[in-house]
Ligand binder design. Structure first.
Ligand SMILES: Nc1ncnc2c1ncn2[C@@H]1O[C@H](COP(=O)(O)OP(=O)(O)OP(=O)(O)O)[C@@H](O)[C@H]1O
Ligand SMILES: [Mg+2]
Length: 167
């Protein structure tokens, strides 16, 4: 795994880049981040179909202590899945959400206060995110690996971004 200069991750709202050369790498990065997450942390996963958002979220679940038997898949139809763990893990997918009016019934704002949350396709409804969230934008590299661009928007997410940059 290559990674960006960790210095760039210490500044508030600074961006950092990490490359995951395989699905295993992607999952391991998720585990690292999940181990550092607690109640109130929100990760926004952005990227095209097949970018690796769910693979990363499966790592988050593992890092958050969700049981290995638990099937963590894209919550495309349920829109929200909750998994018990060391910290409860709320896994959201905005892909099939049509309007902002459907958001309140998903209960995600309430989830922000009592769980660690990951949202796939978060860019579809950016104003549904809390002010302080870690945005991770995934892009497919020519090599077949994935580039992760990290963008923190407050102190909580800044701390999380540092976890990926320094390991
Ligand atoms: N870093 C990586 N390098 C190579 N392949 C990867 C990487 N990360 C994930 N993959 C593979 O890419 C495929 C798609 O992954 P995944 O389902 O996680 O994407 P997704 O972004 O959730 O897709 P969707 O938008 O359809 O929900 C899987 O086969 C997965 O194993
Ligand atoms: Mg997915």
């Amino acid at each position: 795994m290559a990674r960006a200069d960790p210095e760039s991750n210490r500044r508030m709202s600074a961006a950092g880049t990490v490359v995951a050369n395989s699905a295993g790498d992607m999952r391991r990065l998720g585990v690292q981040l999940g181990q550092a997450m607690g109640v109130g942390d929100v990760v926004a996963l952005i990227g095209p179909l097949g970018a690796g958002k769910t693979t990363f979220a499966q790592g988050l679940a593992q890092g958050l202590g969700v049981a290995a038997e638990r099937h963590v898949a894209s919550p495309s139809f349920a829109l929200v899945n909750e998994h018990p763990g060391r910290t409860p893990f709320v896994h959201v997918d905005f892909y099939r959400l049509r309007t902002r009016a459907e958001l309140p019934e998903l209960g995600i704002e309430e989830a922000y206060d009592r769980a660690a949350t990951a949202i796939e396709w978060a860019d579809r409804f950016p104003d549904a995110l809390p002010a302080d969230h870690l945005q991770i934008t995934l892009a497919v590299e020519d090599t077949g690996g994935r580039r992760l661009e990290l963008q923190a928007s407050g102190p909580r997410s800044q701390r999380l971004a540092g976890v990926l940059a320094i390991t």
